[in-house]
Design a protein around this ligand. Structure first.
Ligand SMILES: *[C@@H]1O[C@H](CO)[C@@H](O)[C@H](O)[C@H]1NC(C)=O
Length: 433
């Protein structure tokens, strides 16, 4: 672990977090934050390894060393111990008040074969790790869990995801709950390494990634340094929004905490990105962001309204099939919706902010439930989306029941393309200047 001095900071941090938490609903006892024993490692030993997709047939390997002269080298191959290929990358680091991060390495490797296990090591030394690349065509499976944190419930959720056969992890925001204590980003990195070094983790930011301090620190410094996503590869100028493609799906990762109005860079980028979508190549179109637009829980009620007003017409015009959000610590699934109501050609919205963080669950729901809300429950868990072919996908939500993953909600979703939804008129908005 990287050394740090939290004691001096605690009072300041408590004031800042107290200001950002609203407690208008009762949550059950959250599980304790996990305790990570001090585990000194040789300084060039790679820590916190995670991988992400970085354009067609390429993967970005990210890790941290305390030694700044350790090379950003990834050696890899398709048999254990035999590294026929090499990739070199670059490094970054950051300072945050009294904390100095280790050296953060990002190295892109490829071209890689699809659906293939690669063995690799970082920085020219062990241990050997392995990952599997996603397939080039359907079926493809995504694990989905947001608002993870690093508690006993997080561990339970991660253990369940580990049991599932999936290709890519999608995370709609709120990763470490470091909340200004930077060493918690390091412990989170270690906690998720077994999963995140074996399958690509594609993440977008939540409020807990912000960590801004007015007049002193812009937001997202730790997040952007540590969790670099393929924004450059997808024509974006910000790590806070980007897109990528896996098998036959185009996936848009939006930022709930950066500008989204009609004059914003994110809005222009989204419009341009949606116009590049070729539904013959990617019949499925998904979107993820942190703050839900369709939410019948009292927690965070209405917080997504402004972004929804600005961007829902674009997503609707492009025919987005499914939207995943986090933020609310509970699970909710809508029917197809648009403009606040059920709509036969709208997107299915899923709130899945129930990964297991220290804040606990959000129990209080609006009564009666809105006509668009199909299933809602305040339990920790994770979701799995298996896209079977160009027309059918199977979605299931697995609740952490006494640490058993219990499949509690499931539904076949058909793609909008195959549902006779003609979006010709709606598409005008994408083409307008
Ligand atoms: C797609 O998968 C569904 C569900 O398994 C199946 O009913 C359907 O026939 C498949 N469609 C094609 C074109 O293979």
């Amino acid at each position: 672990m990287v050394p740090y001095k939290p004691k001096i900071l605690l009072p300041l941090i408590m004031v800042i977090t107290a200001l950002t938490v609203t407690a208008d609903y009762v949550r059950p006892p959250p599980r304790k934050t996990l305790h990570f024993p001090w585990d000194p490692k040789p300084s060039s030993q790679p820590q916190q390894v995670h991988i992400s997709l970085a354009g067609d047939k390429h993967i970005r390997v990210s890790w941290i060393t305390t030694d700044s002269s350790s090379p950003s080298l990834v050696e890899y191959g398709t048999s254990p111990g035999k590294y026929s290929f090499k990739g070199h990358g670059d490094t970054t680091s950051y300072n945050y008040l009294f904390y100095s991060s280790g050296t953060i390495h990002h190295t892109i490797i490829g071209p890689l074969e699809h659906n293939t296990i690669y063995y690799y090591r970082c920085g020219g030394q062990g241990p050997e790790l392995s990952f599997k690349t996603p397939p080039s065509e359907f079926p493809v499976t995504f694990a989905v869990a947001g608002d993870l944190g690093q508690t006993g419930w997080t561990k339970s959720t991660l253990d369940h995801i580990d049991l599932c056969e999936y290709d890519v992890h999608l995370l709609p925001g709120d990763l470490s709950y470091a909340d200004y204590i930077q060493s918690r980003w390091d412990t989170f990195g270690e906690l998720v390494q077994p999963l995140a070094s074996a399958k690509p983790w594609m993440v977008t930011q939540g409020n807990h990634e912000k960590e801004n301090i007015p007049f002193f620190k812009d937001g997202f410094e730790a997040y952007n340094s540590r969790w670099k996503m393929p924004y450059e590869e997808s024509g974006s100028t910000s790590n806070l929004y980007y897109s990528f493609e896996v098998a036959g799906s185009h996936i848009i990762m939006l930022g709930s905490y950066t500008d989204y109005d009609e004059n914003s860079d994110q809005y222009s980028w989204l419009k341009a990105d949606l116009l590049t979508v070729d539904r013959k190549r990617t019949p499925w179109l998904l979107a993820l962001f942190h703050v839900p637009w369709y939410n019948s829980n009292y927690a965070h009620q209405g917080e997504g309204d402004k972004m929804m007003e600005a961007m829902e017409p674009l997503l609707h015009a492009a025919g987005v099939d499914i939207v995943f959000a986090g933020h609310v610590h509970a699970y909710e699934r809508s029917t197809r919706v648009y403009n606040g109501k059920s709509h036969p050609c709208g997107a299915v919205h899923v709130t899945i902010g129930d990964g297991g963080n220290k804040e606990g669950l959000a129990h209080k729901y609006k009564d009666p439930s809105p006509e668009w809300s199909v299933f809602r429950e305040a339990s920790f868990g994770h979701g799995e989306l298996k896209i079977v072919n160009s027309t059918h996908a199977f979605w299931s939500w697995h609740r952490n029941d006494d640490d058993e993953p219990v499949r509690s909600d499931e539904i076949w979703i058909t793609s909008l393309l195959s549902s006779g939804c003609d979006k010709k008129e709606a598409r005008e908005i994408l083409l307008s200047p």
